[in-house]
Design a protein around this ligand. Sequence first.
Ligand SMILES: NC(=O)c1ccc[n+]([C@@H]2O[C@H](COP(=O)([O-])OP(=O)(O)OC[C@H]3O[C@@H](n4cnc5c(N)ncnc54)[C@H](O)[C@@H]3O)[C@@H](O)[C@H]2O)c1
Length: 415
Amino acid sequence: MGQKNDQAIKGQQKIEWVRIKMPVVQSISEKWIKEKPFSGYLVAACLHVTAKTANLMRTIKDGGGEVALCASNPLSTQDDVVAALNDIYGINTYAQRGESKESYYNNIHKVLDIKPHVTIDDGADLVNTLHTERPELIENVLGGTEETTTGVIRLKAMAKDRVLKYPMIAVNDALTKHMFDNRYGTGQSTIDGILRATNYLLAGSNFVVVGYGWCGRGIASKARGMGAKVTIVEVDPTKALEATMDGFQVSNMANVAPTADFVVTATGNINVVDSKHLRLMKDGVIVCNAGHFNVEINIKSLAEESKQIKKVRENIEEYLLKDNKRIYIIGEGRLVNLAAGEGHPADVMDMSFANQALSAEYIIREGKNLENAVYPVPQDIDKEIARLKLISMNIEIEEMTEEQVTYLSSWDGGT
Ligand SMILES: NC(=O)c1ccc[n+]([C@@H]2O[C@H](COP(=O)([O-])OP(=O)(O)OC[C@H]3O[C@@H](n4cnc5c(N)ncnc54)[C@H](O)[C@@H]3O)[C@@H](O)[C@H]2O)c1
């Protein structure tokens, strides 16, 4: 068997392995094989090319759609999954782990070449490229969906500046997405990525989480579960208060930098760990990022201040400062859970991708009636996904009686 074939088969095994934990996506596939809602429609997708994403692509194909896929981050691609998608599942996939910025954008263009009716994005690089470099494609597009917080922020900024030219569904904002994916998914997989990269002990360590949003909360709670002493750095007073009442230490970056063993950013913001903080850190500190883009740690200034930079382990680079202090960066400051791990567990991606699939179908049905704005996932889709997930977990919930429905919609039934 050829090497390429070996890789494709390895990728197929990964794709089938995670599918077991994606019952909601599977149930959508089963329905769509009969209904074919995407028949005649072309879908351009820019997502982390992992085994879970492969199953979303298969579901859209099962629904009759033609799909092309590229990566939403140069370091998150699983090459064996790319091989399997291309050679076994017949889904054109353009991505390579560690590809250059030029190749990354070339691949976005290849995906756009299909002249999509629907775009599925994670971070809004595809949508941005389409709007700025391929505007002639816009008239064909019915709408798009966006996976992550950072992408939704970018799209809302485009809508505010009136440059967004087709409707968008903010998949990230569905409850069945961010409450589970950002919190439990990023929480577990970030710790997993750090441990795979370092094999260091978390118990007893000083573990700093920058940002106490959905991702930060998840990371902090899992690190605490492993016995780390967790400190939160926040700019939002309400979130800082929440972290305090959740039992975490809260401080600012300058205060925590000198004693930190691990620093993880999850803010979606730029230079939250800046040169002035890096200079304060102790020898051997591990610094990484779980936010969407590799902008949260000021690696450029760290490189400028280093007398030597070398790879010391798979996915870890050592920056040797002039005072001989060593700072270790995991995965070039890209999302640590994907750069050094395999991303979120399939169980949560099942819900995120069910939202993607049903929102893309909604765009096919309703896209032409929507404004060029960012819309939430329709509530009935969000609730239906929660219902299907509970069924798959054999969990029964209570149902309201008629009396209770009436009571909750009335105003005259006080004491
Ligand atoms: N790694 C993954 O797999 C994954 C999954 C989901 C989301 N994300 C990304 O993670 C990032 C965070 O997402 P989220 O859903 O938690 O967002 P969020 O908006 O819920 O939380 C971000 C938090 O960061 C805080 N913050 C902003 N600037 C800060 C600063 N300078 N210092 C300290 N705190 C600061 C904000 O106040 C906010 O509480 C985004 O870029 C998102 O796209 C990554």
